[in-house]
Design a protein around this ligand. Structure first.
Ligand code: UDP
Length: 373
């Protein structure tokens, strides 16, 4: 194989964004390889043959951002169905809004207690403010400590143990910052300015992003050390590139059990988290909510997290605890010594990026190259 100008490993969001930027702004050619048989990475979705419902193969993906540059860029490759994600948690026999907010509070507590706690939240934290569960646990007030402990036990503890295989104390606090307690009556999961689901699937959006005379996509093509390149963009796991020299970076994977039910609707909102401990799955997602696909049947996935194991399943979540972050830093030190090789993305950086954050990071990598030329 002759040396390619730019070799991108991974046709997910990070790789596809960088590929597009290179061909458009540097006017150079790009080869994108992916070991899977599809583009889109973990955002890949497809239309189910029987029901016509679009299903996200690697679990629910909702595009949300406050970054206009990201939104405008992605919007060149898709139209959007305006969609505001809502999530319920099954708490003490009721489906309550997640993130836990003032509406959830009124649903789970008797009025007198809810009034008292609400007033304290408004007073000590403030209306329309977000507070992480770890911060709330530190507020020096008996009632708010009670609330924090309640939310911790009912919403975070079991879910996190199931999802990441570790108790919340062992995890980097940024993980919980993703789902703060919201002193508001806004029941949406995200408050970002721009939110939506690609009207014609994520996969079609990626196809358009990668559709360019100077981009060549090769699927079912794992990286091979014999490949020659002038620049390499690595969006796979950083440890893999270095043959696991310092050990394997742990991830959680998920087994998605897709169920088709003979009923029009299964649940009120797209995702329901936190079924009680007698189930091994973390959440159930009903896909027809995303694009309002009509069918007299419905498709739901149950997510069963398990440890990632090389060659057996897919990497879904990095596990950000101290040991793993330290291990990752050893790889990053090695990575820094390689000229013309760039590591980024959820796996390349070993960071729990959302899609918009992955795009921002890809922009950043691209900018460095553009400026350094
Ligand atoms: N989390 C939780 N209970 C919930 C929702 C989230 O404990 O009902 C915690 C859990 O530790 C999880 C993290 O918050 O790992 C981030 O959740 P998010 O919804 O962002 O997960 P994703 O949608 O990325 O799978």
């Amino acid at each position: 194989m002759a040396a390619v100008k730019n070799l991108v490993v991974g046709a997910g969001l990070s790789g596809s964004v960088v590929a597009r930027k290179i061909v458009e702004e540097l006017d150079e050619s790009v080869v994108v390889i992916d070991s899977r048989n599809h583009i889109g990475g973990n955002s890949y979705d497809y239309r189910d043959d029987v029901t016509g419902i679009v299903v996200h193969k690697y679990g629910p993906h909702i595009f949300h951002t406050n970054n206009k540059e990201v939104w405008d860029f992605i919007s060149r490759f898709t139209k959007w169905r305006p969609y505001q994600h809502k999530v319920h948690g099954f708490v003490d026999g009721q489906f309550v809004p997640i993130p836990f907010n003032l509406n959830s509070l009124r649903m789970v507590f008797p009025r007198v207690l809810a009034d008292k706690i609400e007033n304290k939240l408004l007073d000590k934290i403030g209306f329309n403010k977000k507070v992480s569960i770890l911060e709330l646990r530190k507020v020096n007030d008996k009632d708010l400590e009670f609330l924090a402990q309640y939310i911790y036990e009912k919403i975070f503890l079991e879910y996190t143990i199931k999802q990441l295989g570790l108790s919340p104390n062992e995890i980097d606090s940024s993980v919980f910052g993703r789902v703060p307690i919201y002193i508001s009556r806004d029941d949406r999961y995200f408050q970002d300015k721009y939110q939506g689901i690609p009207l014609n699937t994520y996969t079609e959006m990626f196809r358009k992003m990668l559709e360019h005379p100077d981009i060549k996509v090769e699927l079912k093509t794992p990286f091979d050390k014999a490949m020659k390149y002038e620049r390499l963009f690595w969006t796979g796991s950083v440890d893999e590139f270095f043959d696991y020299t310092f050990g394997v970076l742990p991830y959680r994977s998920v087994v998605f059990d897709f169920l088709t039910f003979n009923q029009e609707k299964f649940q009120a909102v797209a995702s329901v988290n936190n079924y009680p401990t007698n189930y091994d799955f973390t959440r159930m997602t009903e896909y027809k909510h995303f694009l309002a696909d009509w069918s007299d049947k419905t498709i739901v996935s149950c997510e069963y997290p398990i440890d990632f194991s090389i060659g057996k399943n897919d990497r879904i979540y990095p596990i950000a605890n101290n040991d793993n972050i330290a291990l990752c830093e050893k790889y990053i030190d090695l990575a820094k010594r390689l000229p013309n090789v760039y590591f980024f993305g959820r796996l390349g950086d070993y960071k729990y990026y959302d899609m918009d954050e992955a795009a921002e990071r890809a922009f950043e990598v691209f900018k460095k190259i553009k400026e350094g030329r």
